[in-house]
Design a protein around this ligand. Structure first.
Ligand SMILES: Nc1nc2c(ncn2[C@@H]2O[C@H](COP(=O)(O)OP(=O)(O)OP(=O)(O)O)[C@@H](O)[C@H]2O)c(=O)[nH]1
Ligand SMILES: [Mg+2]
Length: 210
């Protein structure tokens, strides 16, 4: 892509006028921190007593790259097993996914691997998948090794980061890494102003780019 001489401003201010829009879905076992990661990314907040998601929640957030503004349409799914059958509705057509586990919970890592398998079988074949090992602030209770998750991610072509929605560690970074990896082709490209895009009415929206 042509560099128009603008400085890179991760999650920052004004970029060039190219706008790309991508559907991103969060998947993972209940209570691993999916909603908390989204809340941190979109609003910069963290709630100790975050309520369990019912069905799914929709939010948007924008990331600025060198000469492109990437708008994420984020579907935060409910991790409780009874909502599993709804998941294909949210990952179908998604260009990106963040599969989340809790580094203090081995079962949630096993569940994350199942989500990755399901995405590899049934989602868009070009989907960009990131694996996020959340709750790194609880490292003293860790049961999932960093190296194991990293090795698994390399074997499966996933982006991998350990995150903390509580301290904000690597939260913007994981979305930024996805934004960089996504192909900026004609289908994702929107011409002109970010505010002219059409979307379903979200419960909450926020943009980091002026
Ligand atoms: N210590 C710590 N707690 C976290 C972190 N992220 C989330 N939590 C807590 O974990 C609990 C569950 O977080 P949620 O964001 O609701 O988890 P979820 O994956 O969206 O759960 P479902 O909506 O049921 O699928 C909440 O009490 C959060 O405050 C983190 O990074 N560190
Ligand atoms: Mg949730």
């Amino acid at each position: 892509m042509a560099n128009r001489g603008m400085a890179s401003r991760p999650n920052g201010q004004v970029a060039g006028n190219k706008m790309c829009q991508f559907k991103l879905v969060l998947l993972g076992e209940s209570a691993v921190g999916k909603s908390s990661l989204v809340l941190r990314f979109v609003k910069g907040q963290f709630h100790e007593f975050q309520e369990s998601t019912i069905g799914a929640a929709f939010l948007t957030q924008t990331v600025c790259l060198e000469d492109t503004t990437v708008k994420f349409e984020i579907w935060d799914t409910a991790g409780q097993e009874r909502y599993h059958s709804l998941a294909p509705m949210y990952y179908r057509g998604a260009q990106a996914a963040i599969v989340v586990y809790d580094i203090t919970n081995q079962d949630s890592f096993a569940r994350a691997k199942n989500w990755v398998k399901e995405l590899q079988r049934q989602a868009n074949p070009n989907i960009v998948i990131a694996l996020a090992g959340n709750k790194t602030d609880l490292a003293n209770q860790r049961t999932v090794d960093f190296e194991e998750a990293q090795g698994y991610s390399e074997d499966n072509g996933l982006l991998f980061m350990e995150t903390s929605a509580k301290t904000a560690m690597n939260v913007n970074d994981v979305f930024l890494a996805i934004a960089k990896k996504l192909p900026k082709n004609d289908q994702s490209m929107q011409s002109g102003n970010a505010n002219l895009t059409v979307e379903p009415p979200p419960p909450s929206r926020s943009q980091c780019c002026a």
